[in-house]
Write a protein that binds this ligand. Structure first.
Ligand code: FRU
Length: 483
């Protein structure tokens, strides 16, 4: 991992050149994790979409390969997914199973006609290195709906069919198929649930065990597009419920946010991770449609979140997602400094010195007897990002107003907030990379993902308390490992 240019992340995937948005076709196959992504090879802003491609053995170091899918007579290549066709249901393969991509063909509005979006197939017999488009494309079209995109496909064991979750305006529609070529409509979900402040995009549907028991629930992730009327820009919600191969039935109507930061969008999970591993691993696009085209990088734009393992927890009859960074990340860090039982007051601040390409901060607070407390990540003498916990209001807020370049968007410098559940103790894990910060609260019960554009990653980290004191039970700062 080497730092090449200003803001180039060391730990996060970013394209060598040009524009990137959504992760696509996340799949594990023959020892490799594949990351495809929305990509414009002609410039560093959004444009005619292709699928870029990278592979990794450990989800952290990625090797960028050739562009996988180029536009054709059916349109440009919007988001979609990839599955391993183990049983050759498509007839595309001979002895060896291979990969099938199910993606949206998008054609721009033409002569007063609306945009057309259809679903198409491509397959690979050489571990994703080259792709053949199916000659029967498109395989799924809609006569009237212009928002008909982002197919996420998986094998549904109980019905022995492929299932597709598709974004269809402000709903998600489910389709089934025996062979990925012939699709049947099953149901439409979402009219009366969740957040409808923007178009629904990039669904993902999967089953997870509850608290590592044998009980399971289904999780439906839905991204919500930018709507200029609201300050949040684009963001991601999820639903917990059941799915019988036809319909998704939620346990709730309220909104559950996957992330409380502004910069985690269009995320989906990997397909075909072996059962022996059993993890549900998620990657998001670390940006926001409100300002994605304006962020101050040069020659390339956007990065992915770090890969996160998703788990489902039950608390007082409610289910919610918990996110952990994948364990593969651990070997990229060495412990630099540790503290135990340190009283933080408003008189003297506690400081960790760090001056590295990237940093991990773990903090655990107890005996909170201050109005406010938190930490300031000092990037340079004049640039910092501040995380403040208002112990009275029980709100954690992240301020990036002074974090470096912020003036490319009105909403970028605004506070990002999380309502905390418990005011007596708090555990934070933070990864700071060249242009981002990912914060996990209380073992990943809440997450906040935020871009920042400082001149340097960090110099020092200062802990503070206002009007009172708090006990830092444990604090650890880690820096890049030598190996
Ligand atoms: C989400 C999205 C998708 C679409 C793609 C186009 O960010 O708008 O709905 O397929 O990006 O690049």
């Amino acid at each position: 991992i080497t730092k090449l240019e200003k803001y180039r992340p060391a730990l996060h995937f970013s394209p060598k050149k040009n524009w990137m948005n959504d992760p696509n076709g996340l799949v594990f196959f023959k020892g490799e994790y594949h990351l495809f992504y929305q990509h414009n090879p002609h410039g560093s802003t959004w444009g005619p979409m292709h699928w870029g491609h990278a592979v990794s053995k450990d989800l952290i170091v990625w090797d960028e390969l050739e562009i996988a899918l180029h536009p054709d007579e059916n349109g440009t290549i919007f988001s979609g997914s990839i599955v391993v066709d183990w049983n050759n249901t498509t007839g595309f393969f001979n002895e060896e199973p291979g990969l099938v991509a199910i993606f949206t063909h998008h054609s721009e509005p033409d002569h007063g006609k609306e945009a057309v979006q259809t679903q198409s197939l491509a397959y690979s017999i050489d571990k994703g290195r080259s792709w053949i488009k199916y000659d029967g494309n498109p395989v799924l079209a809609h006569p009237t709906n212009p928002d008909f995109r982002d197919p996420k496909v998986f094998w549904h064991k109980d019905t022995q069919k492929w299932m597709m979750a598709l974004a269809t305006g402000q709903t998600i529609s489910f389709y089934s198929s025996p062979n990925l070529k012939d699709w049947q409509f099953e149901s439409e979900f979402g009219e009366n649930c969740g957040c409808h402040k923007g178009v629904w995009e990039c669904p993902d549907l999967f089953e997870l065990p509850i608290d590592n028991t044998n009980d399971k629930k289904w999780v439906l992730i839905v991204s919500i597009g930018d709507n200029p009327q609201y300050d949040e820009g684009s963001r991601t919600q999820y639903f917990v419920g059941s799915f019988d191969g036809k319909e998704f039935t939620p346990e709730h109507e309220d909104i559950k946010w996957l992330d409380y930061g502004k910069d985690n969008y269009a995320g989906v999970s990997f397909s075909d991770i072996p059962e022996a591993d059993g993890r549900r691993i998620y990657l998001g696009w670390m940006s926001n449609w409100r300002y994605a085209n304006q962020v101050p990088t040069e020659g390339w734009r956007s990065q992915m979140t770090l890969p996160r393992e998703l788990e489902l927890r039950e608390k007082m009859g409610e289910y919610y997602l918990v996110q952990h960074l994948v364990r593969e990340l651990d070997t990229y860090f060495d412990r630099k400094e540790e503290r135990t039982d340190t009283i933080i007051t408003d008189k003297e601040s506690t400081v960790f010195e760090v001056d590295h390409e990237y940093t991990e901060i773990i903090l655990s607070f107890k005996n909170i007897n201050a109005n406010k407390y938190g930490l300031r990540i000092e990037h340079t003498d004049s640039q910092h990002t501040t995380i403040t916990i208002d112990a009275k209001e029980n709100i954690l807020s992240l301020s990036r107003e002074k974090s470096g370049v912020v003036d490319f968007s009105d909403i970028f410098p605004k506070l990002q907030r999380v309502c905390l559940e418990d005011s007596h103790s708090l555990e934070l894990r933070i990864i700071v990379d060249s242009a981002s910060l990912e914060l996990f609260i209380n073992g990943g019960e809440q997450a906040l993902t935020s871009l920042i554009f400082p001149d340097k990653v960090s110099k020092r980290i200062c802990l503070f308390a206002e009007e009172g004191k708090v006990n830092l039970v444990y604090g650890k700062v880690s820096v890049p490992s030598k190996s």
